[in-house]
Design a protein around this ligand. Sequence first.
Ligand SMILES: NC(=O)c1ccc[n+]([C@@H]2O[C@H](COP(=O)([O-])OP(=O)(O)OC[C@H]3O[C@@H](n4cnc5c(N)ncnc54)[C@H](O)[C@@H]3O)[C@@H](O)[C@H]2O)c1
Length: 253
Amino acid sequence: MITADLTGKHSLVTGGASGLGLATVRKFAEMGATVAMCDLDGDRVHESAAALADEGLDVFAAPTDLRDGERARATVVDAAERMGGLDHLVNIAGHPVTLAYMPPTDLDAQTEEFWDEVLSVNLLSAFRTSHAAAPYLKASGGAIVNCASMSGWRGGGSSSPYSVAKGAVITLTKELARGLAPEVRVNAISPSYVHPESTNFPLKWDTVFEDTKALPLGRPGTGEEYADACLFLCAGAGYITGQTIHVDGGWSA
Ligand SMILES: NC(=O)c1ccc[n+]([C@@H]2O[C@H](COP(=O)([O-])OP(=O)(O)OC[C@H]3O[C@@H](n4cnc5c(N)ncnc54)[C@H](O)[C@@H]3O)[C@@H](O)[C@H]2O)c1
């Protein structure tokens, strides 16, 4: 576990209602930040925000649909204006879009609609929020952290479009790092298997726990371990930009 003093800082976390996003919201708020929790799941983001607020943490729900460009941008601007600025944008929202594994041999299943949806949720969402957040982050000298995946590095995700989207997040991170420098640092994290306390992510977690025994670290990661990496990239890492850290238990080693 790492710590940092985020007193007076303002953070926005997408996908903040559950899983890795919720773990990151908790971490940043426990370090003293005010945190806006963006999520598609309106009920869940309000419930999660209320539970954290009951613990005395300074968070608020910002329900939105990041597939909708105008709404995504308005949500970021509204949250930043409400907080009086923005220091950290952590883009975690994402979804495989299919509940069943789609093998790369099945090209027929990869319809135009499926590609559009996967790219919108997993790739363009991060561009939309970054675009809207850029003026605020430039003013504060802030940081962006995107969420890729080990499938974006090597392929082999829930579908080919998902792997492509996550691979493109790694490239988007490099492009934004160049585009927003020197004021804003932009990095990404590629998880292999991370099992936060609460997750909606449609993985067969029983199988994951069995399979990850073969990793050098012998288990899936925890939400806090993911959040620690986000905290490092936002609050430290002053000379690191355009990079993707593998939070993968040694999967790629
Ligand atoms: N958990 C893992 O092992 C793992 C591995 C590789 C990559 N990832 C990536 O990590 C991220 C988070 O995964 P998780 O395990 O926490 O899953 P999760 O499903 O618990 O959390 C994802 C959150 O994103 C939100 N979301 C989805 N579509 C949205 C939209 N259009 N607008 C706003 N919010 C939206 C969901 O409502 C959900 O709360 C995802 O980007 C996922 O692709 C996770």
